[in-house]
Design a protein around this ligand. Structure first.
Ligand code: ZN
Length: 172
């Protein structure tokens, strides 16, 4: 059980019985250092959250760009992976050119730690699979791609500085 878009790059270190999966991001090429691209509201010194795009729709995107091979990986998009953003449809997607590349003044070489909370399985089946919003259709397998919480911590490989809770957003 791993989110589909992280299948190749998430090295799981822990998956507890409350449904929280934690791990580090490793590129297909083996590299563990990334530049970060993101979109969201910035709370100094280094925390990002969802940005209100209109009255009740929000956006937040985080991507990792491999320092070695340059491959770009999507880590989190509020409009695709968040329970509220995806199922309740209050997420907005963001065009690539709106993403920002520097984090707290540091541009490269981050180690990326991610922690994802999934909905309780029974609850997901009861509330989403058996009773989907109009026009939508879900299977129990979708649970893995629709998160109720996400945390991303960054560690600058050069300075050793840890940007804890770069992302820490409740999604349900
Ligand atoms: Zn790579």
């Amino acid at each position: 059980m791993k989110p589909k878009h992280l299948e190749k790059i998430l090295r799981v270190t822990e998956f507890d019985d409350r449904g929280t999966m934690s791990g580090i991001i490793v590129c297909e090429c083996g590299c563990e250092k990334f530049g970060i691209k993101y979109f969201g509201d910035i709370y100094p010194p280094h925390i990002i959250g969802t940005r209100a795009m209109d009255e009740n729709r929000y956006a937040c995107v985080v991507k990792a760009v491999c320092c070695d091979c340059g491959k770009e990986w999507e880590l989190f998009d509020y409009s695709k992976h968040g329970y509220d953003g995806f199922i309740c449809k209050d997420g907005v997607s963001v065009p690539e050119e709106k993403l920002v590349t520097a984090v707290a003044g540091e541009e490269h070489d981050f180690e990326v730690e991610i922690s994802i909370e999934f909905d309780d399985e029974e609850q997901f089946i009861e509330e989403v699979v058996d009773d989907p919003p109009e026009g939508m259709n879900f299977t129990p397998d979708d649970r893995v791609n629709i998160w109720s919480w996400v945390v991303i911590n960054l560690k600058c490989a050069k300075s050793g500085k840890v940007l804890k809770d770069f992302v820490n957003i409740e999604l349900a």
